[in-house]
Ligand binder design. Structure first.
Ligand code: GLY
Length: 395
């Protein structure tokens, strides 16, 4: 336990975490007139700078996750207005790039899988269009001639997450958000209500509300009910196309049973290729195998990508939860607000999460869109799990 320091900071709200979710929430709260302090540990260490910035609620739809799909679509609908506001408030570009996204298949099995996805999307009433190989290459001429067809999703877009994060930092700064460097050690409570946080160096920050927005590290804060978030490692690459052409649209590819995505940036300056999904905890190693597989699969979909320069390799940690959906709303004690567990959808869910946080902090109200994502769902499933285990043991 750190020793207390006498340098006391006070704020209406402390936001733990300066990634996209924390920065957007802090900005919204400051614009609403609150005095907001954001505690930022290691700038750039979180998923917000590492991610590719795909906004793919439809292309990344996963079977049985319809509740999450509804939240993802709600956030996607807010994106154009959200980025316009961020740009206006910061005077900076937002990094938003409208769709479409194209998904393609490499072999017959991959094509069958794409077909199953297309049928599922159509049953859900989501807009997508099956394409022959020739049609897919009409949309994106850099696709390999050997691909077995594609699926066009007009609404799925992308946003350069680094550009957006920089713009949000300036917008927050202009609205009066204070950045406090450091790591939160624990949340302080009195009579079941939060009264602030203490940093690892012992400095306290007194506040009436605390927003937990530190992604994969959310489970490490003590003094609060446990939040079931674990880090899910992703290795990701940034390629520099140089003088070579790069895809004009986001390309997702099923390649021999694995998945890869290629996300181009405006002006042809960067192609982001991602990402591995690894249950390895906070393992920061970029591995030869991880890089090899991403480059191999990118090349199968877009052969031209082999000509690009490998400009950056990085590792990020997705904040995963037991059901892959975020944890939003009340945190089990007065004044504690949860905004974490966004897993594969952090960039996409930034606008809706910031609105939810603002609603909970300002009006003590959980909006309907956030209701399925409370912490209580895990408490319930834990109780059911324990109860059935006990029953099995005693019968
Ligand atoms: N949504 C992309 C990823 O998590 O890799």
């Amino acid at each position: 336990m750190p020793e207390a320091s006498s340098d006391r900071v006070t704020a209406d709200v402390v936001v733990i975490g300066g990634g996209l979710i924390g920065a957007a929430s802090a900005w919204r709260l400051a614009v609403a007139g609150l005095d907001v302090a954001v505690v930022v540990g290691e700038p750039g260490a979180g998923a917000s700078r590492v991610a590719a910035g795909m906004l793919a609620p439809v292309s990344e739809t996963t079977f049985t996750e319809e509740a999450l799909l509804a939240l993802n679509l709600a956030s996607m609908r807010r994106y154009p207005e959200f980025v316009a506001e961020v740009s206006q408030a910061s005077g900076l570009p937002s990094g938003f790039r409208p769709g479409p996204t194209i998904s393609v298949a490499y072999n017959a099995d991959d094509a069958a899988r794409l077909g199953v996805l297309a049928d599922y999307l159509s049953r859900l009433g989501l807009e997508s269009q099956r394409l022959t190989s020739r049609e897919a290459r009409g949309v994106e001429p850099l696709l390999a001639p050997t691909i077995r067809g594609g699926l066009l999703v007009p609404g799925d877009a992308s946003c350069d997450n680094r550009v957006l994060l920089d713009a949000l930092a300036v917008a927050g700064d202009r609205a009066g958000v204070r950045t406090v460097p450091g790591f939160v050690h624990h949340v302080v409570t009195a009579a079941d209500r939060v009264t602030g946080v203490v940093l690892a160096d012992g400095s306290p920050i007194t506040a009436g509300a605390v927003v937990l927005a530190n992604g994969a590290w959310a489970g490490q804060i003590t003094g609060i009910p446990p939040v079931p978030v674990r880090p899910i490692k992703g290795q990701i690459l940034r390629l520099d196309p140089g003088r070579f052409p790069q895809p004009g649209v986001v390309v997702r590819a099923f390649t021999r049973g694995t998945e890869v995505y290629l996300v181009p940036r405006d002006g042809g300056r960067e192609l982001v290729v991602g990402a591995t999904v690894e249950e390895l905890g906070f393992d920061h190693r970029v591995t030869a195998g991880g890089v090899y597989e991403l480059l191999r699969d990118a090349r199968l979909a877009v052969p031209m990508s082999s000509e690009y320069v490998l400009a950056e390799t990085s590792v990020g940690y997705r904040p995963g939860t037991p059901d892959n959906a975020p944890v939003l709303g009340h945190g089990g004690m007065d004044g504690l607000v949860l905004a974490t567990g966004h897993y594969r959808n952090g960039v996409l869910l930034t606008p809706v999460t910031a609105d939810i946080v603002a609603e909970v902090v300002l009006h003590d109200r959980v909006p309907a869109v956030a209701e399925p994502f409370g912490l209580a769902r895990f408490v319930r499933s834990l109780q059911i799990g324990v109860a059935s285990e006990l029953k099995e043991t005693h019968t």
